[in-house]
Design a protein around this ligand. Sequence first.
Ligand SMILES: Cc1ncc(COP(=O)(O)O)c(C=O)c1O
Length: 479
Amino acid sequence: MMLPLLDKTRPLARQIYTGIRERILSGSLPPGMRMTSTRDMARQWGVSRTIVINAFEQLSAEGFVEARRGSGSYVAAGASWGGAAQRSRKGRSDAVDLAPPPTPPRGCGAFRTDRVDFRSGLPDLTRFPVATWQKLSRQVWSVLTPMDLSYGQPEGNRELREQICRLVGTKRGVRCHPDQVLVTAGTTQAVGIVTRLLIAPDRSSCILEDPITNDIVRIVENAGGTIEPVPVDDQGIRTDALPRGARPAMIYITPSHQFPTGATLPIQRRVSILQYARSHATYVVEDDYDSEFRFDAPPISSLQGLEPSCVIYIGTFSKTLFPSLRIGFVILPPALVARGRELKWFSDLHNSSPDQLVLARFIADGHFARYVHLMGKVYARRRAALVGALDRAFGSGVRVLGSPAGIHLCARFAGVRFTRSVVEAIDRAGVVVYPAEAHAIRKGRFTDTLLFGYGMLDIPRIEEGIVLLGRAFARLNAR
Ligand SMILES: Cc1ncc(COP(=O)(O)O)c(C=O)c1O
């Protein structure tokens, strides 16, 4: 019998078991064949006999080999299977088709360090106060009881909901009670829950800002929603373009800092949206994803604070702290609370309780406020550096859109079309850029616009990136 080669760095008994099992499955060790003795195998492989016996015990327990008293082990009958294992070896695989979706989800895809990568949506992950988080984790774990390790409530841990309620109440003017807070796995899950709460077979139309994060479009469509795009201009969603006569299931907006254009919705349009929601008996979903960072004035108060009965407010810790924490929240009008909790329960029961407790303490002890304050100053400087660098490199050929806020900005470049080949040429010059057109539902209005994330880039890197971008433009123009 030909023995498989062993890799001494991996568990030996497992390799022997797998090697023999595969040969039996494929039929190359036929039923009834007498197996080499464990003693001989051990000698041939140069391993201890115990290792071979362990592998044989497993094979025997699973029915691949049978021991016959006094005459050794034999390949058992009926153990070969020319199924998946065989076919995949011939190149035909039953594996799930892992072809990437047309546009990768926002959360996926690596941040490139071999280029100046202006990827948006990431805060500075190098500045997070890991030591503080570790200290708080130790404190939390030192007082956890065994029952704290059991299942928790779908709406989330009470301490965290109280902290969130206080935070959004003081910072964002949100009016709520902790019982209205549903802790979620970020905005992504919150939007999934909200769409399932609001979309019904006879009420599926969802008004979305255009452009908008691709992921939101996908989540809405996945929940059976029909997309009703409403264009965005320099002030945010154009309320004069809201569909008349429709019965929308919801209106999803990012009024503090429109994604991606960065516009802040003025009060007149906020009032129009609320009037529209009232007269159409629908809900406004307010995604307040990065409102904590506003550089020219205190953060704009939330829309929810104006009319809590018809606004569903969504917040996340992905931009203030870090996205892999997977904690966000939704503040539901009382009428939707019970069903919202049920949907969260169906989805994943609840968020990790220890993580929620650490976050609650992080907020309660003032670390959250201090960190957001510090990072607000950092991001303000980076944004100013980016605007300055764009101005130096492109002068009147560039127009920065939106308010001084958040961790990204959009800029329009006169006379440029960011086609795939242009973006690839820029990439070869050492910069990764992101066309805003990728977020457009109705294509064509943002072909000259780029989205620049600066959360993960320090000022020298931002400036270097824009110099390289200028050079790439010059080379493209010279062609
Ligand atoms: C518009 C918008 N909302 C919310 C989020 C945050 O999503 P999550 O909280 O699921 O990480 C993002 C992330 O990029 C976003 O672009």
